[in-house]
Design a protein around this ligand. Structure first.
Ligand SMILES: Cc1ncc(COP(=O)(O)O)c(C=O)c1O
Length: 385
């Protein structure tokens, strides 16, 4: 569904123009918010422009979906009410009871919860593998496996998976490769071009970019799978509303410039933290000592805005750093223009406690915003004490 007129254009241009055709009625250069549920038919079945009911399709959502497909280089983009709604739709479209999925040993806690507590009740099997090791993923694939699920960079440990290597493993095994591209955004990383079958997004994060909307997306390389997912999107109903679609579409126009600044600021933060006496380890793929640095450099345009670090003194010390931060707002989520700090063990990843995905208690996660870098560094220095 990506716009034929924009596929040859560079990313920054596509971000602004794909799906954003001027309104045919008024010439408005920005797609209007079609805050409408139903559409007048010219006689039974006589649809104007193909729209009949906004769960099935809505023009503002269509604009976003075309934009998403163009940015990821996919055939079909679909927008949902949240990242987890998108994931849920994908699971139900791909899997039947008894099917098996390989999931990463480091992933967003809510994704793990969806598999471990929800999909498993419907008979979906899962096992955990270190997706940074293609041999480990290969060993985890069984004759019931239908998909390999990857998050790269991962949340919250910033692990890196070689997408092209896993695409080879998945293709050979005849299973789908799903990549959660939330941390990178399509500006920094294009999983479909590296051989993935489906890209997942929490649009809540860098795509929206301003901490003012919750949304999700699926983008497929293949039109047929896209059609299957669109069928499930309509049948299950967790679609993105017109206003939410519009606000994500607006956020995406500045994605490239925001990601550049997020990355510049995060690199400065990671460098300062790696020299700080109270910090025992910095997890940032831009640092040469990061185990995934070379693969990240190969498959990403930049290293992104997320930085995690471990603090001397254990859990209480990590919590105290979070509590002392002032400019970094203590809060969940990520990817907005404002910097956020959080303690994954007690906050975003509390749902993985006691599982194979449990995160270190002394871990702090930063979503480095686009404020002035000196102000960010000063706040972190005072928070570390
Ligand atoms: C990597 C990743 N994937 C998916 C999700 C789920 O998205 P949402 O919160 O929009 O449902 C999140 C949320 O934090 C995330 O960080």
């Amino acid at each position: 569904m990506s716009d034929e007129h924009t596929t040859h254009q560079n990313f920054e241009t596509r971000a602004i123009h794909a799906g954003n055709t001027a309104d045919p009625l008024t010439g408005a250069v920005v797609p209007p918010i079609y805050q409408v549920s139903t559409y007048k038919q010219d006689g039974v079945g006589g649809l104007r422009g193909g729209y009949e009911y906004s769960r099935s399709a809505n023009p503002t959502r269509t604009a976003l979906e075309e934009n998403l497909a163009a940015l990821e280089g996919g055939r079909r983009g679909l927008a949902f009410a949240s990242g987890l709604a998108a994931e849920d739709c994908l699971l139900r479209a791909l899997l039947v009871p008894g099917d098996h999925v390989v999931i990463p040993n480091d992933a967003y806690g809510g994704t793990f919860r969806l598999f471990a507590k929800v999909a498993s009740r419907w008979g979906v099997q899962w096992s955990v593998a270190d997706t940074s090791d293609p041999a480990a993923v290969q060993a985890a694939i069984t004759d019931r496996t239908k998909a390999v699920w990857v998050e790269t960079p991962s949340n919250p440990l910033l692990g890196i998976t070689d997408i092209a290597a896993l695409a080879d493993v998945s293709r050979t095994a005849g299973v789908k490769l799903v990549v959660d591209n939330t941390f990178a955004s399509p500006y920094l990383q294009q999983p479909l071009a590296l051989g993935a079958d489906v890209v997942v997004h929490s649009l809540t994060k860098y795509m929206g970019g301003h901490s003012d909307v919750v949304g999700g997306a699926l983008v497929t390389a293949d039109a047929e799978l896209g059609e299957e997912l669109a069928y499930h999107q309509n049948a299950m109903g967790a679609v993105a509303g017109p206003f939410d679609s519009w606000i994500v579409l607006r956020g995406i126009k500045t994605l490239a410039v925001r990601m550049d600044r997020h990355g510049e600021n995060a690199a400065k933060v990671a460098e300062m933290l790696s020299r700080h006496p109270k910090v025992t380890r910095v997890l940032y793929p831009g640092l040469p000592e990061h185990p995934g640095h070379e693969i990240a450099a190969k498959q990403m345009r930049g290293f992104g805005g997320m930085v995690s670090f471990r603090v001397e003194g254990g859990e209480e010390a990590a919590v105290a750093v979070c509590d002392r931060a002032r400019l970094f707002t203590l809060g969940e989520s990520l990817g907005g223009v404002e910097s956020l700090i959080e303690h994954p063990g007690r906050m975003t990843h509390a749902s993985v406690a006691g599982s194979l995905l449990e995160v270190p208690a002394d871990l702090v996660r930063l979503s480095v915003g686009i404020e002035n870098a000196d102000d960010l560094l000063a706040d972190l220095r005072q928070a570390l004490g």
